[in-house]
Design a protein around this ligand. Sequence first.
Ligand SMILES: [Zn+2]
Ligand SMILES: [Zn+2]
Length: 417
Amino acid sequence: MRIESQKFNGVCECGENHKMTTRAAIIESHASANVRDYLREFGFEGSFAAIYDENTYQAKALNHPDASLEIVLPPENLHANERATDFVLSKLKGHTVRYLVAVGSGTIHDTTRYCAHKLGIPFVSMPTAASVDGFCSTVSAMTWRGCKKTMPGVAPDLVIADTSVIKEAPLRLNLSGIGDILGKYSALADWQIASAVTGEHFCSRIHELTMKAVQTVYECCDQVVSREEGACAQLIYALLLSGLAMQMMGNSRPASGAEHHISHTIEMEPPAIGVHSDGLHGEKVGVGEIMISQWYHKLVSIHDIENHVQEYRFWTEEELREFWGDSLYEGIAAENDSDAMAGVSPEDLIHAWPEIRKIVNSIPTPEDLEKLYTRLGMKKTLEDLQVPEDKADQILYFSPSVRKRTTFNRISRMIKL
Ligand SMILES: [Zn+2]
Ligand SMILES: [Zn+2]
């Protein structure tokens, strides 16, 4: 199976000229045995370095591409951070390589895309688990000197996904990929609702592409748990499709909404929450999806919205400082330098309400999600992420401030129950 991303490029009916940098994604059984052929087909020549961590270096069923240099990141405190990038760049010193190949999951990809950007060379992605939809990202999600930061990077030129390797990945990683994809239900709803309320640009082709990814996963997820290779192929296909939809959009709008804001909030460890979670990205998104589904369905049960609307207001500095603490507050304030909700009136919300109710009803109910998560063995609650359950209301209330993006959760500031 291949995703020929080039065929999505060009002028769209939404008025944008979409452009993807990733040329293609190859999803095949034993693809890692044929890397040389794929590289040649896409015009990659000369020497390259392959970057692994200790787990992916030993990954079952993986054929190592014949790189002129193999770099294996040490396991201690392995994050996409200055340590990992310094390690890769120092190993590359004195070698002339034409491109890099990332063999691994998220951390390896972010480290590699940052180094490739620094060196001004392309990179090829070889995911070893279907854990996130960020493989095709154009920016590096880094932890820089302890702070979460989005840093420059490059998208992979080519993706080679070996489904016989992905099938053997730790199940927790592949379940995390399912969580990341199920989060698109609310991410897509948030985008549609924002468009209905604030007039934000909306592209139905990108929406459709991401929705296709969600449906694909909904259909195959049980077989991912039983390690059927075809289902794992569908899962990595969906994750790559979602990543390519983000490339097409030029930002993460189609893939990240209120459920991701919950994940980011937990990750930033605000003092008001006061705990560290070991949850993987997709696990946190999956839990966030249940919380958001519950909240959104509760909101749209309101029939007489005109009796519940109030003027939109941003959080006060005092309450933001209290939740985020002084050190995180500065970043939160800088992120919210503008607010698409500022000009929205109660009448606008009343006008959009029937549409909003329709959109939210396309998100699975929390009961349906819980049933599915239980069946698959996914994390379901804040407690599963080591976050006290009694923090749920605060997380729901403050998480929209983590990004300035309009979500129904941010809009809900105009609704009193
Ligand atoms: Zn479009
Ligand atoms: Zn995500």
